[in-house]
Every structure is written in structure tokens, then in C-alpha cells.
Design a protein around this ligand. Structure first.
Ligand code: ACM
Length: 640
């Protein structure tokens, strides 16, 4: 009777939360689950933990995750049993499918007595386990035993994704990252229920996947000259500078990566970016070029060679494969035969973006092809190429996918479009009946600066967390059935190491995870940010880097008629104070607080600003020299 009474109380007191208010028991789950009810009480982790589950190999990672997290930082002893009347955590694969959950959903019940996760498929149990880890104190992600209360609030959660394609793109071509580093990236992405890793494997700076029938792709094409600084501005390397920087994945590496990802319910989408962005391939096999002299080219080391103007893209050297050359299609057939065998995922991404056509315009072979095929524009030449490539991809049993440029000049019949130049291309493709993955620069480009250029490592654009949070892969105007999902893209021209890779990914990938997993109706930036801060704490414990840029101010500059400069400042999140100085000294919470637009004193050398929450510094010291203020006010170098 007592037990029954407890149960009744639990259900009466259940708080059906709309958005998780972290004040209610510290719950801070990302991505936001579909439904979460907090019930009264807490679950206390015992010293002896019993996980009861079946032994399918597909459950290995869910079990490993729970085993490690419930033992390493807690000091508890965890045993995993096939059956037992008592269980601390029970993982149950439904015998009869729960139609609400689909393939990746789960129900998680945490009561005082124990924890049950149910799902139709192993992926659901894995995601349920990830959510469970987020319910315990932040120290759960650490690797040092902590003597704290290991408790989780009691909750009932039902959860499943909004989209089946929840991706992150990792450019391993501009800078090479090792297999272990890619695995580490996968480990972090699955904590936030991403299920698709798009590997950008080829570009002007390197070819990263071994193709046994074309060995020069990696013996020659995988290496350039190491340069440090602002990629894109480097001087051309001299003939004696060693071309030893880079690397590639052997076919065994790829098989291991694919297996690693698969065990964590991640598909790897390989991208072979053609016909543009192909300098590494052209250097390895110059006969693939339309342009005489390609045998003198080198794999790019970050020197400037493309111009993006309103009239189009111009390359200084011909970094394209030649659509008029039959050898190119034989080459791609060989590449795709091996790529299709290496990557079991059903799609191959064939790039198609930013193809400079200024060398094609001068090529007699291209002119002859245009005549023969009745092609009127260079876009139609690319479209001819894409349609032939689609056939090759399909001959390997795969679906053909490309960036939204593949729409130009006529899209291949069954192509899937990845929309990056905003949502427009994706909407257009969906209207034509093509499947679409949304990954627009406007919301989902992780290579863009996290905040103000005065403090961020320089890139030509900024994408703030709050803007990323506005990403909706399927706006109401589109037939959402054809939007199979969304992803964020991390290009690595300016990313030289793993710590910076993490800085560029998080917290914006939290926002993207919510865009592709959580119901639209449950999304709210203030609530989201309160949870993000809890995950910052977790990242600190896990020693994973993230960008704190969300705490730094947003500046607006204006040039006044008397040519003085006005500065307006705002914060991206609520509850912060901005303190500033014009006298070169370092402001703190005792300095003037920004309340209204400021006029820069005529002879001031610099503005320094910092943000506080109460008496706690949260932002970084930002230094803006007077010249920068003037330039930005007058529209010069707005992003510098
Ligand atoms: C792209 O960002 N060039 C797809």
C-alpha cells in the first residue's frame, strides 16, 4: 500500500515541462527530448551496479558507455548480466515495435528503484544511454573518481528524432586529421545524437583516401608544404620546400573508421569533390586536365588562387577535371569502384561546388564537346559532367549527391541536393521532387567565426550561436517529406589542430543537434542557452574545447557627421553587463557599465571591453584599436 501511495504521488506531482527548466532539478539535456516529465525524487547510484540486457553485438557501445560512465568516475562496480530479477539499469529491445519511437527513438524511465530504457532498435538504446549520462552530475564525463552524490532526478522521457539525416561535415582535405582524431570527433558527435559524418576527402590541398588502382592520388596528392598563418594568403612554396605535410587514410584505416562509426550508429558519407576543387587529383594525374601545363602544378599549400566575384569564380590555375576528356570518366569509375566498396553508406557525395570555368572557356576540347552535345553554356557543360557521374555512381549501387551547384544547367534525374548557398537551392530541388539535405551557410557553417572579428581567428563571416539556433531544415513553405535532414559543415582551411576543431564545432553543433533532432515546437533559445552552459561545465570536465564567444559583445559602429565614431554594444544572451575603457587599461566589473551608445573620444587609442555576469567575468578581454573602430564605422574592413 505504501508503494502504491508513492506511485500515485509520483504521478500526481509529475511536472510536465515545456522546455527543460534547469532550475527543476538541474536537468539539461541536449538535444531537447520530445517529452520529458520530471517526477518526484531521485535515483541514487548504488556501489554495485547491475546492467541487465541482451547480448546483441549492436548493443556493445550502449553497454560500454554505461559501464564506463557508471564506474570510472563513480568508483561503483558495474556488472553486465543477461538476465536478473534485480537491475540497476535495464536495457530492453521491444519485441513488438512501439510505433511512436521508430528506429532511433527510446523511452527512458528513471525512478527511485531503477532505470529502464526501451527501444525498438539498438540505436534507440544507445541514444537513451546518452540521455541518461546527461542526467547525472557533470563529473560523470570525467575519468577521475569523485566522491560526490551520484544521483539522477526521476524522469520519464519519450524521445525520437525529427530528421533521419543529422550530420556534421568534417573537412579532412584542407588539413589532414588522423584516424584517431576522426574517432574522437565521432565520440563527441554521438553524445548529441548526430548520426552522419560527412567526410570531405578530396580537395585542392589533398587527396585523403587510398585508391589502390590510382596510387599517385595519395603518394603525390596527399602532401603539400606546411605553412602556418592565414591560409589563403600564403606565398607559393619554393621548389626546395619539403612537400611532406598532410597524409591519407589507408583502405584499412577507412574500414576501421567505418566500423567505429557503425558501432556508434553513424554512417560515413564520403565526398569526392569534382569537377572543381580537384587540384590534388590533377597534380597526381595531369592528363585529367583540359589545360596544357598541368604537369607543372603542385598540391595547394594555402596560396591564393581563386577569385570569387559577382561575375563568377576565376581560378589562377586550372583545378578542374576536364568534362571533355574520356579519361576523366575512366578515372572516376576506378575511384568510385573502390570508394563504393569501402563505404557501405548508400550515398556518395560528388561535390560539384565552386567549379571555376575560366579555363574551360579557353579549351578547344570543351568547345568541341559543346558542339557535339549541343551545350550552350559552361553550366551546361558541368551539368553534362554531373549526369555522367551520376550514372557511374549508380552503377556502383549508390545514390548520387552533390552541392546545390548541380542544379545549374539541369540537374541529374535522381540526384540528391545538399543546399549550402542558403536554403534556396534546397527548396528549388525539393519542388522538383529531389531529396534534399539542408546545410546553409546562413545557419550551419561551422568554419565561420563564432563572434566578433576583433577576437576570433579571422574568417570572412560570422555565425553566432543564436543564429545557428534559428536553423530549421524544413521551413513550412517546403514539402518536408523531401527534406531528409540537415547538417553543419566544418571546413578546415583555418583549422590546424583538434583543439581548434572543437572550438569551431561547439557550442554551435549543440544548436544544430537540436535543429535536426528536437520538435520545432519545443525550441526556445533562452532555455537552450541555460542548458548549453551546463554542457560547457561538462566540456570543462571532459577537457573538450568550446567557443565562449557567446559571452562576448556584439558591436555596431556608426560614423557620425562630425566624423566621430559611435559604438553600440549588445549581448547575445541575457543577464550580462559590458564594462569598457578608452584609457588603455583593462576594464573589470568596477569600470563604467555600458548602457547607451558611446562616442569614441577623439584621441582615444583603443576601446577595451569585457562582459560580466554579476561579479563573475564571463567574456574575454576584447581590444579594438582606434583605426579598427574607424574602419568598421566607415564600412572598411568590416570583418577585420
Ligand atoms: C561549399 O561550401 N563550397 C560547399
Amino acid at each position: 500500500m505504501k508503494k502504491l501511495l508513492g506511485l500515485v504521488c509520483c504521478s500526481i506531482l509529475a511536472l510536465n515541462s515545456f522546455g527543460q527548466n534547469i532550475k527543476d532539478g538541474g536537468i539539461a539535456i541536449i538535444p531537447e527530448p520530445v517529452t520529458l516529465s520530471k517526477t518526484v525524487g531521485e535515483f541514487v547510484l548504488p556501489k554495485k551496479v547491475i546492467i541487465v540486457t541482451s547480448t546483441q553485438p549492436e548493443l556493445k557501445q550502449a553497454i560500454a558507455l554505461l559501464h564506463d560512465r557508471l564506474s570510472i568516475p563513480t568508483g561503483s562496480h558495474v556488472s553486465v548480466l543477461n538476465s536478473s530479477a534485480v537491475a540497476t539499469v535495464r536495457l530492453i529491445l521491444n519485441k513488438k515495435a512501439d510505433t511512436v519511437l521508430g528506429k532511433e527513438g527510446y523511452r527512458l524511465s528513471v525512478t527511485k528503484k531503477g532505470i529502464i530504457i526501451r527501444a525498438n532498435e539498438p540505436a534507440g538504446l544507445f541514444y537513451g544511454a546518452q540521455t541518461l549520462v546527461q542526467l547525472f552530475p557533470k563529473e560523470i564525463v570525467g575519468n577521475i573518481v569523485k566522491n560526490i552524490r551520484w544521483v539522477s532526478p526521476c524522469v520519464q522521457i519519450t524521445d525520437y528524432p525529427r530528421f533521419k539525416w543529422r550530420g556534421l561535415m568534417f573537412d579532412v582535405a584542407r588539413h589532414f586529421f588522423t584516424k584517431a582524431e576522426v574517432e574522437q570527433y565521432i565520440d563527441n558527435m554521438v553524445k548529441y545524437k548526430f548520426n552522419l559524418l560527412h567526410m570531405h576527402l578530396t580537395d585542392d590541398e589533398g587527396w585523403r583516401v587510398e585508391i589502390k588502382s590510382l596510387p599517385r592520388l595519395t603518394t603525390v596528392g596527399a602532401y603539400n608544404v606546411k605553412k602556418v598563418g592565414y591560409f589563403g594568403t600564403f606565398a607559393a612554396p619554393g621548389p626546395d620546400e619539403p612537400r611532406t605535410y598532410g597524409g591519407f587514410y589507408t583502405q584499412d584505416d577507412i574500414r576501421e573508421l567505418v566500423q567505429y562509426a557503425k558501432e556508434r550508429f553513424v554512417n560515413i558519407l564520403p565526398e569526392i569533390d569534382v569537377p572543381g576543387h580537384s587540384l590534388a587529383a590533377v597534380v597526381a594525374y595531369p592528363e585529367l586536365s583540359c589545360t596544357p601545363g598541368a604537369d607543372q602544378y603542385h598540391v595547394r599549400s594555402g596560396e591564393k588562387f581563386m577569385e570569387f566575384t559577382k561575375d563568377g569564380i576565376k581560378a589562377g590555375i586550372d583545378n578542374t577535371l576536364c568534362p571533355a576528356n574520356e579519361k576523366v570518366y575512366d578515372f572516376l569509375d576506378k575511384v568510385l569502384t573502390e570508394v563504393a566498396q569501402l563505404f557501405p553508406f548508400g550515398y556518395i557525395h560528388m561535390g560539384g561546388d565552386e567549379c571555376a570555368k575560366n579555363f574551360w572557356e579557353k579549351s578547344p576540347e570543351i568547345a568541341a564537346l559543346m558542339q557535339k552535345e549541343g551545350l550552350k553554356t559552361q553550366e551546361e557543360v558541368q551539368s553534362y559532367f554531373e549526369k555522367r557521374v551520376e550514372k557511374i555512381v549508380e552503377s556502383k549501387g549508390k545514390k548520387f549527391l552533390g552541392w546545390d551547384e548541380i542544379l545549374e544547367g539541369g540537374i541529374a534525374p535522381d540526384a540528391i541536393v545538399m543546399s549550402w548557398r542558403g536554403m534556396k537551392g534546397g527548396i528549388e530541388a525539393a519542388k522538383m521532387g529531389h531529396e534534399v539535405v539542408m546545410s546553409p551557410t546562413t545557419f550551419a557553417y561551422l568554419d565561420y567565426m563564432n563572434g566578433d572579428p576583433a577576437i576570433e581567428p579571422h574568417v570572412y563571416e560570422t555565425l553566432r550561436l543564436s543564429r545557428a539556433y534559428e536553423f530549421d531544415p524544413a521551413p513550412d513553405s517546403v514539402n518536408s517529406k523531401l527534406i531528409i535532414g540537415g547538417q553543419a559543415n566544418l571546413w578546415t582551411e583555418q583549422v590546424y589542430n583538434v583543439r581548434h576543431l572543437e572550438y569551431m564545432t561547439w557550442p554551435r553543433a549543440f544548436a544544430i543537434s537540436e535543429a535536426v533532432w528536437s520538435p520545432k515546437s519545443r525550441r526556445n533559445f533562452d532555455d537552450f542557452f541555460s542548458r548549453v552552459e551546463k554542457h560547457f561545465d561538462r566540456f570543462n570536465v571532459a577537457e573538450t574545447k568550446y567557443a565562449p564567444s557567446v559571452y562576448d559583445p556584439i558591436f555596431t559602429f556608426k560614423s557620425l557627421p562630425d566624423s566621430s565614431v559611435q559604438v553600440e554594444m549588445a549581448t547575445e544572451v541575457k543577464g550580462l553587463d559590458i564594462h569598457y575603457s578608452f584609457d588603455n587599461s583593462f576594464p573589470d566589473q568596477f569600470y563604467p557599465k555600458y548602457t547607451a551608445p558611446l562616442i569614441v573620444p577623439k584621441e582615444a587609442a583603443m576601446l577595451k571591453v569585457i562582459t560580466y555576469r554579476g561579479d563573475k567575468q564571463v567574456g574575454r578581454m576584447i581590444y579594438l584599436p582606434a583605426k579598427m573602430l574607424k574602419d568598421r564605422a566607415t564600412g572598411k574592413n568590416n570583418n577585420e
